[in-house]
Write a new protein. Structure first.
Length: 173
């Protein structure tokens, strides 16, 4: 477990609300996606084994397998986002006289763009899986499936905002 994922929710919320720039929106975007994946996983688990949904069993098993993998990736990306932005901050703190400062900032900003790009891509896939499970999954869990759709969408949009701000910082160099 990493620094973020080893904390209690209360500890994480306290750290998130502090004056420190990390963890921030990128971490929350990835974790929102991971929560969405968990909801889809739950709907799959509440559906599998129910005779009423037997005709879609193969599709539900596939969705379940995919969301478990996506949840794991998003959880790792939450950790990676914090690390990426911490590296950006370190690069900006290099003395302005350091000849490698601009190069370091550029390198770290590019990585700080790659991480949310991956979060965005995964979140978009996750949103489709959540939508699919909302159509074929246990109807008693429809609100959970729809919550997963909205969370996955929010995760993707939030990741996009992090991509934009880091690209703007690159252009200003």
């Amino acid at each position: 477990m990493g620094v973020i994922n080893s904390k209690t929710l209360k500890q994480f919320q306290k750290e998130l609300g502090s004056k420190n720039p990390t963890p921030g929106g990128g971490v929350v975007a990835a974790l929102s996606g991971a929560f969405a994946a968990s909801l889809v996983e739950m709907v799959c688990n509440l559906t599998l084994g129910k005779e009423k949904y037997e005709k879609n069993k193969k599709d539900i098993i596939r969705i379940h397998k995919n969301v478990v993998e996506l949840k794991e990736k998003l959880t790792k990306l939450a950790e990676e986002d914090k690390k990426a932005y911490d590296k950006v901050l370190i690069a900006y703190r290099l003395p302005s006289t350091d000849k490698k400062r601009k190069q370091e900032i550029t390198k770290t900003l590019k990585y700080a763009i790659e991480v949310p790009m991956e979060v965005r891509k995964i979140s978009q896939s996750l949103e489709k899986l959540a939508y699919r499970i909302s159509k074929i999954g246990n109807k008693n869990a429809i609100s959970d499936a729809k919550t997963a759709i909205y969370l996955a969408h929010a995760a993707g949009k939030s990741a996009l905002e992090n991509i934009k701000i880091n690209k703007q910082a690159l252009v200003k160099l």
